[in-house]
Write a new protein. Structure first.
Length: 241
């Protein structure tokens, strides 16, 4: 790609770009984006002269790294329903009772004395984190909350963690939608942030949450425990910003 005059992104090492094309690479999978079909076809010809390719373009639906991409006239829809189904089956929760929310309101677990290695706690956290990062911002808080117990969990922690799977079992078809812009040359970026205050019984640290939208399309989200102990709700809000 560098020999074809592409530059590597300083933000994401898997992303390459030139004046009109974006190339996203993961191992031997490649995703191409461009406003110009002519430029895209020309690039694919050059790339095929260097490496063997299987072109899947032209399809309205495809899967990339467990993310289903559905292309419509109005935009793009993303979901991970097949991957979620595999995770539910892996942990024996594909026929579980459905929960309407991923975590109990005001749940406050204390750290266990150690870790019960007979439980696949960390493995489940990893699966949920991948789903959350892909298309599910609604899992942000719960995944971040349960992640803090990866070195100090017991059966009670694991039981509560599995409620996230019960929630996914009833919401596996939830999608991210990216709608076409009426003005493709105009970009409107909005960011939202919020925080709680000292609700964690283990260390009294607050939790920040934020999201970023471009042209009203959600592109980034995060929830995490603050590094500092806020002394007031106002200070917790400032730290979140």
């Amino acid at each position: 790609l560098l020999s074809l005059n592409f530059k590597r992104s300083c933000v994401d090492p898997c992303l390459y770009y030139n004046h009109s094309i974006f190339v996203l690479i993961w191992v031997d999978d490649c995703l191409l984006f461009s406003k110009s079909l002519t430029d895209l076809d020309e690039f694919k010809k050059k790339l095929k002269s260097k490496v063997e390719l299987r072109d899947l373009s032209g399809k309205s639906e495809l899967c990339f790294l467990g993310i289903n991409i559905i292309i419509t006239e109005n935009g793009i829809r993303l979901n991970q329903n097949e991957l979620i189904g595999k995770v539910l089956k892996k942990f024996g929760m594909n026929e579980s009772k459905i929960c309407r929310i991923p975590i109990e309101p005001k749940l406050n677990l204390l750290k266990a004395d150690g870790e019960d290695r007979s439980l696949p706690y960390r493995e489940l956290i990893g699966c949920l984190m991948y789903i959350m990062l892909g298309t599910r911002p609604d899992l942000c808080f719960s995944v971040a909350y349960f992640s803090q117990f990866q070195n100090c969990y017991d059966r009670n922690h694991f039981k509560n963690l599995k409620n996230v799977l019960r929630y996914l079992n009833g919401s596996r078809n939830v999608e991210l939608k990216f709608r076409n812009s009426n003005n493709p040359t105009k970009y409107e970026i909005k960011a939202y942030a919020d925080a709680d205050f000292a609700n964690n019984l283990n260390d009294r640290k607050s939790v920040s949450g934020f999201l970023i939208k471009i042209n009203n399309n959600l592109v980034f989200w995060k929830s995490s425990k603050q590094e500092l102990v806020a002394l007031s709700s106002a200070e917790a809000e400032y730290i979140a910003l």
